[in-house]
Design a protein around this ligand. Structure first.
Ligand code: FAD
Length: 384
């Protein structure tokens, strides 16, 4: 589809190369299969992870330890192209790079970094991030998972819920209460007492592994704790990284829906004319294009702020709120253009639409990001 606003002219040659490389990876390795993965509720993490690693997409915005060390716009462009394939694919890459590798990279000991980051960057080891609990989602400060000191060891008890990659992970970054506040722990998933059953019956992000985590007297050495951070600041800083990727990613999902709708509108004939020749359809397509391009502009602007070291969490809330909402509206509008075909997995639209329901909720719900903006505008916090 034509880039009418020539938005990608803003990208430098390296960023365009990343765009084209990821786009063709998605076209070759993902799009031919993703409808089946979604229907069968599978994500071939072990097959895809080494391929994603060899493209430099895992922890790609981190420096050293085998990571590609790209700028933030490049990371965003990669997320956009991955999510044009499926939000589950982008979620895998976001969780691996921004939620599992980032805390080890930022707050970990040298030993933790050396042990995990090179293998995670290569896709040889898979990570997950355990913050949400069955009774504490939007309000993680009240989490119940507890790590108690026993001599020099830690003993971890509790549970987490909705954890992406949980059942396929080699390592979990788990956030737990301690006597000194919330801390992060690097937990190999083979540790006795750790289990991660998969959550089934999802109608969204079906091509993504989502799990519960249970910790039953999981004994960890002193060296398992992340030494560099205490308090909710730790997990929230990881979420800022991942949310930034979502701001870009959903532009890809929206673009895929728009492209499917344009193609369909040009060829589907009713009342003797292609439905794309009717003004009502053109109004929908024009609005979808405007909304997709505006979301792309927001993503690019936030990327430039991030590369300049000026990106603030409330700006990320703006981007997550605005772009996910726009992408979901675009997907729903595309669905109407495809008529009955809009509800089958023969076309990508219903898959993106259902996926975006999860993206609206995870990494801070739309309501919580609304409250962040409300606080930014009024100076008054309305969370409780
Ligand atoms: P709740 O917090 O119970 O919210 C329910 C509703 O109440 C929402 O609409 C919410 O906005 C609203 N609400 C809550 N508080 C307020 C308030 N103060 N004012 C107004 N409205 C409010 N978590 C992880 O830790 N790691 C992961 O890898 C991960 N992956 C996920 C994958 C999927 C597919 C999904 C669905 C979730 C995932 N999550 C993960 C969890 C996700 O981040 C949470 O679902 C999210 O934070 C919301 O928490 P909750 O589901 O408990 O909803």
């Amino acid at each position: 589809m034509d880039d009418l606003l020539r938005l990608d002219d803003q990208l430098n040659p390296d960023q365009r190369l990343i765009r084209d490389t990821v786009r063709s990876f998605v076209a070759d390795r993902v799009l031919p299969h993703v409808g089946d993965w979604f229907e069968e509720a599978v994500f071939p993490a072990r097959d895809l992870a080494p391929a994603l690693g060899s493209l430099g997409l895992l922890g790609m915005h981190l420096q050293g330890y085998g990571c590609a060390g790209t700028d933030a716009v490049s990371y965003g462009v990669a997320c956009r192209e991955l999510e044009a394939g499926d939000s589950g694919l982008r979620s895998f890459v976001s969780v691996q790079g921004s939620l599992a590798m980032f805390p080890i990279w930022r707050y970990g000991s040298d030993e933790q970094k050396q042990e995990w980051l090179p293998r995670m960057a290569a896709g040889e080891a898979i990570g997950c991030f355990g913050l949400t609990e069955p009774d504490h989602g939007s309000d993680p400060a009240n989490m119940r998972t507890y790590a108690k000191k026993d001599g020099t060891d830690w003993v971890l008890n509790g549970s987490k819920m909705w954890i992406t990659n949980g059942s396929v992970a080699d390592v979990a970054v788990v956030w737990a209460q301690t006597d000194d506040g919330i801390r992060g722990f690097v937990v190999p998933t083979t540790t006795p007492g750790f289990s991660a059953p998969e959550i089934h019956k999802k109608m969204s992000l079906r091509a993504s592994v989502t799990s519960s985590l249970y910790f039953d007297d999981v004994r960890l050495p002193a060296s398992a704790a992340l030494p560099g951070v205490t308090g909710l600041r730790g997990p929230l800083s990881c979420l800022s990284e991942a949310r930034y990727g979502i701001v870009w990613g959903v532009v890809g999902a929206a673009r895929a829906c728009l492209e499917a709708a344009v193609d369909y509108a040009k060829t589907r004939v009713q009342f003797g004319k292609p439905i794309g020749a009717y003004q009502l359809t053109q109004e929908k397509l024009a609005w979808m294009y405007v909304a997709t391009a505006q979301a792309g502009l927001t993503a690019l602007h936030l990327g430039e702020l991030k590369d300049a070291g000026k990106l603030e969490p409330r700006q990320i809330s703006f981007g997550k709120l605005a772009n996910v909402r726009a992408a979901l509206d675009i997907a729903r509008q595309a669905r109407t253009i495809l008529g009955g075909n809009g509800i089958t997995l023969e076309y990508p639209v219903i898959r993106h639409m259902n996926n975006l329901e999860s993206v609206l909720t995870y990494e801070g719900t739309q309501e919580i990001h609304t409250l962040v903006l409300g606080e930014a505008l009024t100076g008054m916090a309305a969370y409780r």
